[in-house]
Design a protein around this ligand. Structure first.
Ligand code: ADP
Length: 488
């Protein structure tokens, strides 16, 4: 089967969050199952060097106001189609935001163009490669199903994956014309969302199948608390909706070989984690040889991630004799809060504000536990890395966190099933309690080590989930041939 992924990020080339990790990892797992996946993404400055070795497979003199070409490139074990359109993507800084931290004024064109070209690849192919299925990821690829539906019933089937429904890509209705979307598409059942053009809404409404990144989030999306205004549409799409849990790339996230660690280790040599912890203490200005656990956070600093609650819970965390090393960036208020906390609790709390891939690996390698107190979490990846690194996840019981972490109840500990700690409802009190429970377990080294080993055994690879995607594509192809038959 030939699958076209369309996405705005892909690790290791460009990453702002979990979307990139997923887009960079699933194609490899699907290849093992016999699928042929190409990833269409913009040629941002970070991938421009790759263009030189690429083969030009498509050109346009005017893609929403400038020249564009598509280059086929193989890199890092992935087949990429890089959309080279300087007027849209050749910009410094964030791929989504301008220098002032606002959305780029023309994001509708930047990602509309990605979809337009994606649809063209689906309809006409490139060379002798023509996708059987278009797989759109998040709002940036949300217009793929729109352009395909506009092209007619015989175009390839499409699936959209919702990585986070909070980001919807809403634009003024006046953008419709320039995006080349027919007026009759502007209805409540299709692309219109409260008078605006909704990229994600369109994708959900018009794709043949809709997936999200965990079974629990799939259920939650149909509730007002989590659906962010799209819960009615999600309910409407219920029969075509599935939750397929994210996995992780075990080659990239492997404590036995990870080059970002000071010392590599396995489930049988967990004591070696101490060298990584010592390195973290140095880098984060924490007191050496503390007796309590070292918690870490690697995250966007937003209220979604519940990190405002962690600020409130810090006196209790420190009071338990624990330490915290936080790496993240985002909401200026939360950033300031952690900067202040690292002064107030010098030696116990350390914060590095920024984005640093290697440091995120070191934290997983050296911390005892990773905190993820999210208010909502479609899947979450850092708790999966934590499992793999024997860094016990301490998580809110929501979305993918609820699906992947087995709480240390007395029963689960006894049967050696427990892999972490979970709490609900998500409140400061809940967080304080779960931190206390974690510290209590840490004081029982044998049980702690046993939990670390259970965590490291827990399957977090892509195997099963890739099979579910493959089955979904196969089902869509059957549906396609039935549709084609009906047309004749
Ligand atoms: P989200 O996609 O909502 O941000 P996920 O947990 O799904 O959350 O994925 C976040 C990804 O980004 C993980 O790979 C995590 O390690 C990485 N990450 C987040 N913040 C940072 C940071 N400041 N530095 C390095 N990596 C980060």
């Amino acid at each position: 089967m030939k699958i076209l992924f369309v996405a705005s990020e892909c690790a290791p080339f460009v990453k702002t969050g979990g979307l990139a990790d997923v887009v960079g990892a699933v194609p490899k797992a699907l290849r093992e199952l016999g699928s042929d996946v190409k990833i269409l993404m913009p040629a941002y400055p970070s991938v421009k060097a790759l263009l030189k070795s690429g083969k030009s497979v498509w050109r346009s003199d005017d893609l929403f106001g400038g020249k564009a070409q598509l280059k086929s490139v193989q890199a890092e074990g992935l087949d990429l189609l890089l959309l080279d359109a300087q007027h849209l993507y050749d910009r410094p800084g964030s791929i989504y935001l301008d220098e002032a931290g606002q959305d780029w004024h023309d994001n509708h064109l930047r990602f509309g163009a990605l979809c337009r070209v994606g649809a063209e690849v689906c309809l006409n192919g490139i060379g002798d490669w023509k996708p059987d299925i278009a797989h759109a990821h998040d709002w940036q690829a949300g217009l793929i199903p729109v352009y395909l539906k506009q092209a007619g019933a015989s175009s390839p089937k499409s699936v959209i994956t919702i990585h986070n429904i909070a980001f919807q890509g809403l634009f003024d209705s006046s953008t419709l014309k320039i995006l080349g979307i027919d007026d009759d598409m502007f209805t409540h059942e299709r692309v219109e969302y409260w008078g605006k053009v909704g990229f994600l809404k369109s994708g959900i409404a018009l794709a043949d199948k809709v997936t999200t990144v965990s079974p629990t989030y799939a259920e939650e999306l149909m509730e007002p608390e989590f659906g962010m205004g799209l819960e009615g549409l999600m309910q409407h799409r219920r029969v075509d909706l599935s939750g397929i849990l994210n996995g992780i790339d075990l080659d990239v996230w492997n404590p036995a070989t990870d080059k970002a660690l000071k010392r590599n280790y396995t489930a049988r040599s967990l004591k070696r984690k101490a060298e990584n912890r010592a390195e973290i203490e140095k880098r984060f200005g924490l007191t050496a040889n503390a007796t309590g656990p070292l918690f870490c956070v690697v995250s966007r600093l937003t209220t979604q991630k519940g990190l405002d609650l962690l600020l409130d819970a810090l006196p209790d965390l420190v009071g338990q004799g624990a330490q915290l090393a936080l790496l993240g960036s985002g909401d200026p208020q939360i950033e300031d809060g952690f900067r202040r906390a690292s002064k107030q609790y010098a030696g116990s709390v350390g914060a590095i504000i920024g984005y640093d891939e290697d440091l995120s690996h070191l934290l997983q390698g050296g911390a005892d536990a990773i905190l993820v107190p999210s208010r909502f979490e479609p899947c979450g990846l850092t708790q999966l890395y934590g499992l793999r690194y024997g860094t016990l996840p301490v998580v809110a019981k929501t979305g993918g966190l609820a699906d992947t972490v087995i709480d240390a109840t007395a029963e689960n500990v006894k049967s050696k099933k427990a892999t972490g700690f979970s709490f609900s409802p998500v409140s400061k009190e809940g967080l304080v309690q779960v931190i206390a429970r974690t510290c209590e377990m840490y004081r029982q080294p044998e049980l702690w080590t046993s939990m670390q080993r259970s965590a490291m055994r827990y399957p977090v690879d892509w195997g099963h989930s890739a099979e579910l995607y493959q089955k979904l594509y196969q089902q869509m192809m059957v549906d396609q041939s039935t549709d084609d038959g009906n047309l004749k």
